[in-house]
Structures are given as C-alpha cells and as structure tokens.
Design a protein around this ligand. Sequence first.
Ligand code: SF4
Ligand code: SF4
Length: 292
Amino acid sequence: NQSCPDYSNEQLRMISEHPCYDPKAQHKFGRMHLAVAPKCNIQCKYCIRDNDCVNECRPGVTSKVLTPQEALEKTRQVLEEHPFIKVIAIAGPGDPLANDETFETFKLIKEEFPNVIICMSTNGLALPDRIDDMLDAGVQTLTVTVNAVDPEIQRQICDRVVYNGKLYKGKEAAELLINNQLEGIKRAIEAGIVIKINTVLVPDVNDDHVVDIAKKMNELGVFIMNIMPLIPQAEYAEWRVPTEEERKAAQASCEPFVSQMRHCRQCRSDAYGLLGEDLSQMSEERRNMVKM
Ligand code: SF4
Ligand code: SF4
C-alpha cells in the first residue's frame, strides 16, 4: 500500500546499483563519499560540529575536507582501482547544500565520469531553493534526514536554523525546517530524484512519532527509510541509546508505509568501497587485496 511513484527504467537501474537503496546491491557495488562540504546551516542537538554530520555518518573522526579539484583527483584514483564503485556521494562533514563546493565537485565529476550515480545527503533546509542547482549538477539519488514532522517534537532535536542569513530559534526554527524538508522532498521527487530518508531514533522524543513520519513520507512517494540509532553527543551526551529491539519495533511499525533500510553502516563522510568494507580506513596492503 505504498504510494511510490512509478519508476522509470533508468531510476530502477540506479536503485539496483546503489548499495544503500537495494540490499542486494551492497555486496556487488560500492560507494564513495567525498568530504567537500564543511559548513552547516542548522544545529542538531546531538551534533558536535567539529565531527562528521551524524545525520548520515559516524562521528568521532573528522574527515579531511577536500577541495573540488582534490575530490576529482581522488575519484579518478579510486575509480581506476575499484570500478565496482558506482555511486559518488557528498554527505558532509556538514550539510552539502550549505556549501557551493558540493555543486562544483559534482560538475567536475559528471563531466569526466558520466556513468556514475551522483548522490547526496542533506538536512533539507535549503532543499526547495537548490533543486535546480542539484539537477544541473546531476544529482539522481538524495537522502534527507527527517527526524519529525511535528514542530513540537522537532524542536527537541533541532531548534536553531540559519535561513537566508537569518537565525531562527525554537518552534519557529523547527517549523521552517519541517516545511522546507517536505516541500523539498515533494519537488525533488517530481524532478525525478529518488529519495531515501534517514530518521535518527531518539528514545522518549521521536520513538512514538516515527510512524507519523513514515505515513507522511508515503504520501510524498519516498522510496526507502533508514531508521538510525541516536549517537549520544552534545546536548544528548547523557541520553539513552535505543535498544536493538526498539529499533526493530520502529522499523516494523514503519514498514507498511515506507520500505525499510536495515543494512546501514553509518559510514564516515570520506568512506569508500563496499558498505561493510570501508577502504578509506584500510591499510595499503589490505586495499590491494580487495582490488577488483
Ligand atoms: Fe550536525 Fe549534520 Fe545536524 Fe548539521 S545537519 S548540525 S552537521 S548532524
Ligand atoms: Fe549508505 Fe548508511 Fe553508509 Fe549512508 S551511512 S552510505 S545510507 S550505509
């Protein structure tokens, strides 16, 4: 009973080659994250800004920020060694839409590697304003982190956003973020971008609410939902991490509305290789062993 749009053959091919969108693809095809986007335009209460964006990526080690030219050179080198990598993504360390380098990088890559899948993740605040730029840059698959569709819940997770140069706080900030996410997702889907959402499961804050998120995403035509456990940091440093059972229960409650991703590895924003096998963290020797 999902209201996913009818996908074109091209979209179905992308889905089948994207290791995060299709669990069957995770053992065959890889992805590479390029850390070119350090700035962020919101403040999630569980985020230490010096680390990678925890909406998409594992925190703890800050990725080295690359220039667009360095990112192109890294792509050349990695794709030559590992042609099984099909997806080139920008996921941080901040919000890709808050950094013009994201678009410059994708343009350089698309010119030289027209067959890779261009993927991005975002908190969605700037999404309605940047759809055209994203299409120009060739973005085909997009992850938006949606932690709430109710501003009273969202404000407990994020209550500060900077939009068009103005700081918004409290419920007003939460409302703005939600409205832009929903509008942005709707327009991205209309433009042919295939959407995944990430939802950070925060016990006693949005755990009873995830099913409302899934229902809304069903209405919009989101392809897949990835419920991720809270990583306790910053204002949430002392918070409880959801148990495996709680996460499974949340996924089960959402499954009737949006397909669930259950194989996320919470990658760093500079990870590359197969999902379970981050080559950026491997020794030279081991990297050569897995060369394909
Ligand atoms: Fe941190 Fe990512 Fe939230 Fe920005 S969007 S505050 S980088 S978790
Ligand atoms: Fe895929 Fe999850 Fe890694 Fe993102 S963090 S690339 S969704 S496995």
